[in-house]
Write a protein that binds this ligand. Structure first.
Ligand SMILES: [Zn+2]
Length: 286
C-alpha cells in the first residue's frame, strides 16, 4: 500500500478497493461538444481496469477516511438495478471481499471505530459503496450532493441510496468558510486548519475535494474532478458531467492552485496517483 508522511505529522495512505472499467467516452469527454449519455453507453471501447482509490489520513485529531471505495457486493445479482442503463452499459467493477475498506483498515492496524470523520467527495457507487463499514461514524458530505443523490430522483441519476446505512444522516456542509487558494469557499475540517473541504462541482453538482496543506505542499484528493492529471491539465470535462461548464471552471481552479502551490493531484481513478503519492510528485508548474 502506498503512503506519504507530511511535514505536519500527518500520514496519508492510498487504499485501492478493486478496479473499475468505464467507457472511454466517459473518461476522456468529448471536447466542447455537448455531452450525450446514450453516446457514452453506445461507445464500444472500455478503458483498461482503473483503480478505485480511497484515502486514509492519519491525523493527530483522529483518522480521516476520504471516500469509502466499492463493495464486493457488486458481484451479487440484483445489487445494481437492472433497469438503469448506466449499470447495464456503462460500468464494470471487480472487488474482492478483502479489498473492501473495512478489511484494509484492519490490515493497517485500525478499525472503523478509530475513524473521526468519513468524507465523501460524492455519492457514486465506487465512492460510497463501502459506507456499510462506517454505519456508526460521522460522515461528511456536501448538502448539494446529498440532496442530488437520495430518493427516487437519486436512483434515476444512477446513485444507490437503497444501499446506504439505515438512518443515514451525514453532516452536510455548504462551504461557508474562507477561500482556499483560487477556490472562493471551503470548509476547514480540522482544528489545526490543515484539512480543507473544497467545492469542485462539475462531475456532480456538489462534488468536493479534500486538500491537505502542510504549509509546503498541498495533497489534493480530487475524487472524480478528472480521471487523470493530464485531463485536468487539458481542462477536459468527462463525458458524464451534468454541467461541463462548471466542470471546466473547476479544472481551471485546480490548475491555478497547482500554479500557486506545490500540489500533488490525486484523482480516484488515475493509474499514476499512487506513484505520485509515494514520491510526493507535484504537478509541473507551467
Ligand atoms: Zn463519480
Amino acid at each position: 500500500m502506498s503512503s506519504i508522511s507530511l511535514q505536519n505529522g500527518v500520514r496519508v495512505h492510498a487504499i485501492q478497493t478493486g478496479t473499475v472499467s468505464i467507457k472511454e467516452l466517459q473518461r476522456d469527454g468529448r471536447g466542447r461538444n455537448r455531452r450525450s449519455l446514450p453516446r457514452v453507453f453506445m461507445d464500444p471501447r472500455w478503458t483498461e481496469p482503473l483503480p478505485i482509490l480511497a484515502w486514509l489520513i492519519e491525523h493527530p485529531e483522529g483518522l480521516i477516511v476520504v471516500d469509502t471505495g466499492e463493495t464486493a457486493r457488486v458481484a451479487e445479482s440484483g445489487y445494481f438495478p437492472r433497469w438503469h442503463p448506466y449499470f447495464r452499459f456503462g460500468l464494470r467493477e471487480w472487488v474482492a471481499p478483502e479489498q473492501e475498506m473495512g478489511p484494509q483498515l484492519r490490515a493497517l492496524g485500525f478499525s472503523p471505530g478509530d475513524v473521526r470523520w468519513v468524507v465523501l467527495t460524492h455519492f457514486h457507487t465506487d465512492h460510497a459503496g463501502g459506507l456499510a463499514h462506517f454505519a456508526a461514524n460521522e460522515v461528511v458530505s456536501s448538502r448539494t450532493d446529498y440532496r442530488f443523490s437520495r430518493g427516487l430522483l437519486g436512483k434515476a441519476r444512477g446513485f444507490l441510496p437503497q444501499h446506504w446505512p439505515q438512518d443515514f444522516a451525514p453532516t452536510l456542509t455548504d462551504f461557508p468558510d474562507a477561500p482556499f487558494g483560487p477556490f472562493p469557499a471551503s470548509t476547514t475540517l480540522t482544528a489545526a486548519g490543515d484539512v480543507h473541504l473544497v467545492p469542485t462541482p462539475g462531475h456532480t453538482p456538489g462534488h468536493l475535494s479534500v486538500a491537505i496543506d502542510d504549509g509546503e505542499t498541498v495533497l489534493f484528493l480530487a475524487g472524480d474532478t478528472s480521471y487523470t492529471e493530464q485531463l485536468m491539465l487539458a481542462g477536459t470535462p468527462d463525458g458524464v458531467s451534468p454541467d461541463p461548464g462548471r466542470a471546466r471552471q473547476t479544472l481551471a481552479r485546480i490548475r491555478q492552485l497547482t500554479a500557486q502551490r506545490r500540489t500533488v493531484y490525486l484523482p480516484t481513478h488515475d493509474p499514476e496517483a499512487t506513484t505520485r503519492l509515494e514520491r510526493g510528485q507535484v504537478t509541473p508548474q507551467s
